[in-house]
Write a protein that binds this ligand. Structure first.
Ligand code: TLP
Length: 343
């Protein structure tokens, strides 16, 4: 039975072209700054994001955590969305590694974000931690892959700057946001001090993320990467995959079209609810109304050959990616339809 894996855009496998590029990559020792392929990837990424410099790292989590460390001091407060990856899915690393206090706000990564942020500001007071950094996530994973508009990004950035705060953008899927709004990623990244994006999600690389910012910030980040054990050697083998992955930015629109097709089909199935206005990129969040509940439905779907993630007691997440075709979406829809009626 063919498995249609819609759990995440992290499940893609490298193409033949990517494997060939990895095999013939020119390499050197990256701790000495001598891997030409890593250097090429970092330069290309910095250029794409409109930043002075960039750093290739093992994962999105590592990129976010290095950014937190490089922007803050122990005991500082970092403002995040209550559903953000940094708060929800990073193993408490901000506290574990950085001694940071995260302040989770409902609705920060949304159109209401500027108002939410304004409400969170407090006057200086001996009792309060020093607020140092605001983190945004675009696209917003647990928000259903929604895009934070350029206007909202700017408003939040301006507010942060009025208070002397840094802004870090978790842009694991920033190119999905850019493709959705048919604009350049730099239209978002100009409103942050640092940004990370993943090569290993929609872009299809097996491993890797990139953190970008000012030269001074990246020099500091490089030291933290080393401290975390992330100083790698002939990483050009992986960077070569990353360079091929950058070519995949242009095909993300296909994933978005597949997500829309899936969402519209799922919305018609009795017992499922999809807010189509929230389906803006490659993620579809589905509410499971009443019995059997999201976990039981996901389990049965997996038995029938469709894999998805459980987001909560009544919510499932489906993510489209380069290894999913239009035909896969049609097959998945017919399996979901049958399974929901049966259980
Ligand atoms: N997201 C993964 C899981 O960790 C939930 C997924 O399947 O979506 N920022 C954002 C917005 C992310 O969605 C992710 C991964 C990360 C950071 C972390 O990247 P990795 O997995 O490379 O550490």
């Amino acid at each position: 039975m063919k498995i249609i894996d819609l759990r995440s855009d992290t499940v893609t496998v490298p193409s033949e072209e990517m494997r060939a590029a990895m095999a013939r990559a020119e390499v050197g020792d990256d701790v000495y700054g001598e891997d030409p392929t890593v250097n090429k990837l970092e330069q290309a990424a910095a250029e794409l994001l409109g930043k002075e410099a960039a750093l290739f790292v093992a994962s999105g989590t590592m990129a976010n955590q290095i950014a937190l460390l490089a922007h803050t001091e122990r005991g500082d407060e970092v403002i995040v969305d209550a559903e953000s990856h940094i708060y929800y899915y990073e193993v408490g690393a901000a506290a574990m590694l950085g001694g940071l206090q995260l302040k989770p706000l409902e609705g920060l990564n949304s159109e209401a974000g500027p108002g939410v942020l304004r409400q969170a500001f407090r006057p200086a007071n001996i009792h309060f931690p020093i607020t140092r950094l605001v983190c945004l996530e675009n696209t917003f994973n647990r928000g259903g892959g929604t895009v934070i508009s350029r206007e909202v990004s700017k408003e939040i950035y301006d507010l942060a700057k009025e208070r002397g705060l840094f802004v870090h953008l978790d842009g694991a899927r920033i190119f999905n946001a850019a493709v959705a709004l048919n604009c350049d990623a730099r239209e978002f990244t100009r409103y942050c001090d640092s940004v990370m994006f993943s090569l290993s999600k929609g872009l299809g690389a097996p491993v890797g993320s990139v953190l970008a910012g000012s030269r001074q910030f990246i020099d500091k980040a490089r030291r933290y990467r080393k401290a975390l054990g992330g100083g790698w050697r002939q990483a050009g083998i992986l960077a070569a995959a990353g360079l091929v992955a950058l070519q995949n930015i242009r095909r993300l629109a296909e994933d978005h079209a597949h997500a829309r097709l899936l969402a519209e089909g799922l919305a018609e199935i009795p017992g499922l609810h999809v807010d189509l206005s929230q389906v803006q990129t490659n993620i579809v969040v589905v509410k499971v109304v009443g019995r059997p509940g999201a976990a039981a439905l996901a389990e049965e779907l997996a038995r029938q050959g469709v894999k998805c993630n459980v987001l909560g007691p009544d919510a499932l997440r489906f993510v489209t990616h380069k290894d999913i075709s239009r035909e896969d979406i049609e097959t998945a829809l017919s399996i979901v339809r049958k399974t929901v009626t049966k259980i």
